[in-house]
Design a protein around this ligand. Structure first.
Ligand SMILES: [Zn+2]
Length: 255
């Protein structure tokens, strides 16, 4: 048992009793962890309004031994995730994209396995999603790729995962999930069901893997590129989780 301090993002909340909640955080110092927040459901509770989904907080908690729930003792709000709805029709998409990020952070990480860079990138992505002038979909895809990349789970974007030939040399690539990467037109067989990733989309994927959230928010994509890049990332994520992320159903692709 020890008293710990950290910066954390609220990624999940579950009601525990009439007045208490179990809150899951993704923190810079400890990675993912859950803690009991006693009195969190009370209007004038000890944590005020610091524990909303995707709020970034300064936290103090008592770390218990394995198998026992940690206890949150202090939560001070640093910033709240408040996408601007006035800026356009995609305000709700920005909000759901944040929820989607929370689900990915929760499901792709283990408890107490810190990755400070991943934390910083999640904060940077949320900050772009909250900006009215930014492009939403490139930031969503950037977040998916960044999470995969920093967790060491990003499929190889450089070569066919069967024959190893460079993906620069062929026009149309298929992504084959069970193989864990891209396959070239030569290796593609009818029985391999996979999403097409055309050359321009592959270029975008590479670009998004190698830029900041701010740069991603300025990338312009057409509908097909959004679809191909997002589906590529989703199949990689789903392959790892063994299911599709639940919040995905709220993310409407552009018509
Ligand atoms: Zn091949």
């Amino acid at each position: 048992m020890s008293l710990e301090k950290c910066s954390g993002l609220v990624i999940r909340q579950v009601d525990f009793s009439e007045s208490s909640r179990v809150v899951t955080f993704y923190s810079r110092e400890f990675g993912r962890f859950s803690a009991m927040a006693k009195g969190a459901k009370r209007l004038k509770g000890p944590f005020d309004a610091a524990l909303d989904l995707l709020s970034e907080c300064r936290l103090v908690f008592i770390r218990k031994s394995q198998g026992t729930l940690n206890l949150l003792t202090e939560a001070r709000l640093s910033s709240r995730f408040q996408p601007q709805f006035s800026g356009g029709p995609d305000g709700i998409l920005r909000l759901y994209s944040g929820y989607y990020l929370a689900e990915l952070l929760n499901s792709l990480n283990e408890d107490f396995d810190p990755n400070p860079e991943l934390y910083d990138q999640a904060i940077a992505g949320l900050s772009q999603l909250a900006q009215p002038g930014s492009e939403t979909w490139p930031v969503v895809i950037w977040q998916e790729l960044t999470l995969l990349q920093l967790s060491g789970l990003l499929p190889n974007l450089q070569e066919c995962s069967i024959c190893g030939s460079s993906t620069d040399s062929v026009d149309v690539h298929a992504h084959w999930v069970s193989q864990g990467g891209l396959i070239c037109g030569e290796c593609r067989r009818e029985e391999y069901r996979g999403n097409l990733v055309r050359t321009d989309s592959l270029e975008i994927l590479r670009q998004l893997c190698d830029c900041t959230a701010e740069e991603a928010a300025a990338v312009r994509l057409d509908r097909r590129q959004i679809q191909e890049c997002h589906q590529f990332a989703v199949s990689a994520v789903s392959g790892i989780l063994g299911r599709r992320p639940k919040t995905l159903r709220y993310l409407q692709l552009p018509r």
